[in-house]
Design a protein around this ligand. Structure first.
Ligand code: UT7
Length: 326
């Protein structure tokens, strides 16, 4: 390994409009108590009319660049994880590249739904490790409100809009340090297309020539999520010769508080070592991990030297984990 990727800054953006459970209960047959008890969600942010995924992504990326003290002109790779691109093509990442004023390098989208950030981090980390890029932006940006069926109470209460981003920089010194060094220690990503029908969008350019709506068998996804994410977490710890006791922070995908808490218990982590945003953000798909990370870094919970564990599961199915020394 020639280089290791260091996260040198992270950033977030949430649309201004907040929609509470009570407000949703005016639109569909649901109630605040059901949503809180089953999911932990109290509210979500929804993008304004005309506000696009790229707008959210640009704002989060600028925030991350500021935090890292990196100028847009230094970035040579932009990976945007999204399942709600502005347009079918080109990649939302290219619009973000242009809006940021990045004059060089490659920009493309990664599509792994709720696992998108872990996938994007994995892709960018591998570019940096081999020296194919030096400074990358990994962005998770989503406007799931645009693909929800607002008459389906079993899905429309679960999601929100938002974006998060990290700046990754290739670092030689970190690579020569042993396992205790800082940076992205490992990423593990997986998929299994046989579970398509449990979570998908019933539209697209080559099937229906329309955008379609999100469809989910929640219970089925829940069942697989707990098992698959646990496997990915075990793989991450084993690959680094670490044990659950070494983990300082779980920074999980935010789909459901019950899934998050079960992973925390499995790792034997006290609940104040698990970063939770699902109550305020709902499920923002690929944006949820960088949003949670930015919150916990911003308020000083995550400190230099801490070991961070990320995990996610999404449509495909896709799933994965990442271990980072902060
Ligand atoms: O991020 C991508 C990955 N996605 C996930 O990880 C999501 C995983 N799944 C989940 O989080 C949960 O399965 C849900 C939150 C989606 C659903 O929770 P659940 O405890 O699995 O509920 P359920 O689907 O089994 O539904 C229980 C009952 C049903 O009524 P009956 O059939 O028992 O009479 C539903 O019709 O709750 C009913 N229900 C609702 N009631 C009030 C479903 N949605 C609602 C609602 N308000 N919004």
């Amino acid at each position: 390994m020639m280089y290791r990727s260091l996260v040198t800054g992270c950033g977030a953006y949430l649309p201004a409009q907040i929609v509470t459970n009570a407000q949703l209960a005016e639109r569909v047959e649901t109630n605040d108590e059901w949503i809180r008890q089953r999911t932990g969600i109290c509210q979500r942010h929804i993008a304004a009319e005309g506000e696009m995924t790229s707008d959210l992504g640009v704002a989060a990326a600028r925030d991350a660049l500021d935090a890292a003290g990196v100028a847009a002109g230094e970035i040579d790779l932009i990976v945007c994880a999204t399942s709600t691109p502005d347009e079918t093509f080109p990649a939302t990442a290219t619009r973000i590249q242009h809006r940021l004023g990045v004059p060089q390098g490659a920009a493309f989208d990664v599509q792994a739904v709720c696992s998108g950030f872990v996938y994007g981090l994995s892709v960018a980390d591998n570019f940096l490790r081999v020296g194919q890029a030096k400074k990358a932006l990994v962005i998770g940006a989503e406007t799931f409100s645009r693909i929800l069926d607002w008459t389906d109470r079993s899905t429309c209460v679960l999601f929100g809009d938002g974006a998060g981003a990290v700046v990754l920089e290739a670092d030689k010194a970190a690579a020569s340090a042993n396992g205790s060094g800082r940076g992205v220690l490992s990423t593990h990503i997986y998929s299994d297309g046989s579970h398509h029908d449990a979570l998908y969008v019933d539209g697209g350019p080559s099937s229906t020539q329309s955008v379609g709506h999100l469809r989910m068998e929640g219970r089925e996804v829940f069942r697989h999520a707990v098992v698959r994410m646990a496997e990915a977490v075990d793989a991450a710890l084993e690959a680094n010769g670490l044990t659950p006791g070494d983990v300082d922070w779980l920074v999980p995908h935010q789909a459901n508080i019950r899934i998050i808490e079960s992973m925390g218990r499995r790792l034997n982590l006290p609940s104040d070592r698990v970063v939770v945003t699902v109550d305020r953000h709902a499920n923002t798909s690929a944006a949820s991990i960088p949003l949670a990370l930015t919150e916990a870094v911003g308020d000083g919970r995550i400190q230099s030297g801490d070991l961070l564990l990320m995990e996610a599961m999404g449509g495909g199915f896709t799933w994965g984990s990442a271990l980072l020394r902060w």
